[in-house]
Design a protein around this ligand. Sequence first.
Ligand SMILES: Cc1cc2nc3c(=O)[nH]c(=O)nc-3n(C[C@H](O)[C@H](O)[C@H](O)COP(=O)(O)OP(=O)(O)OC[C@H]3O[C@@H](n4cnc5c(N)ncnc54)[C@H](O)[C@@H]3O)c2cc1C
Length: 418
Amino acid sequence: MDTDVIVIGAGLAGLQCARRLQRNGHRVTVLEASDAVGGRVRTDVIDGFRCDRGFQVLNPAYPAVQDWIDVDALGLQEFGVGAVIHTSTSTTTLAHPLRHPEHALATLGSRHTPVSDLLAFARWIAPALRHSATGPRPAEDQTLRASFDAAGLTGRLRRDVLETFLAGVLADSSGESSANYVRLLVRCFALGAPGLPRGGMQALPEQMAQWLLEPVRLNTGARDLQHTADGVQVSTDAGTLRARAAVVAVGPQDLAALTEAPAVPTHGLTTWWFRSAELPQAGPFLMLDATRRGGGPAGPIWNTAVVSQAAPSYAPEGQHLIQATTLLDRPDGLAEEAEVRRDLERLYQRSTAGWELLTRHVVEHTLPVQPPPLRDASPQRVGERVLIAGDHRDHGSIQGALVSGDQAAQSVTRLLAG
Ligand SMILES: Cc1cc2nc3c(=O)[nH]c(=O)nc-3n(C[C@H](O)[C@H](O)[C@H](O)COP(=O)(O)OP(=O)(O)OC[C@H]3O[C@@H](n4cnc5c(N)ncnc54)[C@H](O)[C@@H]3O)c2cc1C
């Protein structure tokens, strides 16, 4: 045997899996097809700007992050817990009243937050608070849209704020995602202060990879996975490896290439990254466009932020980094640059002529489709000695990927002991 366990994929799930296996006393070899660790959590550094491959944030309130990540070492730079709501007649900052007392009056008195909606929101989130340890019950799950209706959450808080914000978080504007999945995310948003590591989001997987005794084998894609009499055999361009067991921790779209498990459908988004010498908006908040009657944006952009306002390390001194997100499930998800600029000018109410496009990331497979009912974390055994890990086994998030990787490792340890 070349090693005890081969982990295929060095995204967050694969890295946590390898780390747990190592702690459990196994020799682990991690194979990664691309040129760096991180999977969907990668950062391009362009002219000193840190452009994550798709805008995302790290929430330190995720239990798995608290348990397994050295958040202090990442130097998290916090976003404001709230959002700027843009409509055709106003631009209003809504923020967590305890975290941002300076915005408390405007937030509670806003037309976007009528009392009836706030009460309905409390009814909606209650299952996630009642069952905080285990998560809301699968039997009670339904689509996000139906759950809002059932809670009586039908007013402006839903239309102007929640649906627009959540569509960007989920890369899904359909309202068909599992309500329990969304409740878990919203609960963590309320408890934590999501932010960006000083070195970019990729600092997270890089930290995890550092803890491994055997370095991840980069540019080493697994081509084929076979069972043998006493374990598994993985073929790569660099040769064949034999081990006692394997964990397939590839993304949802790559699952079918190596296992008999079907590929999991995904939602996608596009992130545009611009640089500017002028500061277009003060404040470390995400801006949501709620201009359209009935909710949602009037153009292709669902949310935008001056990322370097929250995370100064993302731009060189005196410069600003702006992200804008469009959704691939919308007809204008792949809008041209001119259209995106027009939309940004409407939202920030200024010209973007002096802004320079740094890059655009089209992330076709951002998150697995997550219909109700939300599954319990379930490492799936797809062969005598092969398991699957990844956010698609738990739920689509950093938390879900870490938990899934950890659980797969524990299952492998039991398997090898048995
Ligand atoms: C744009 C965007 C925004 C997001 N926003 C957030 C957010 O704000 N909060 C949050 O919690 N989550 C967010 N997420 C989700 C989170 O990033 C993912 O859930 C998580 O990173 C998934 O990790 P994973 O290990 O399951 O899969 P992946 O990251 O997809 O890792 C799979 C790895 O397997 C490798 N691989 C594939 N095939 C092979 C092969 N044959 N051989 C070897 N290696 C292979 C891939 O190269 C990849 O490195 C976001 C994701 C994106 C893309």
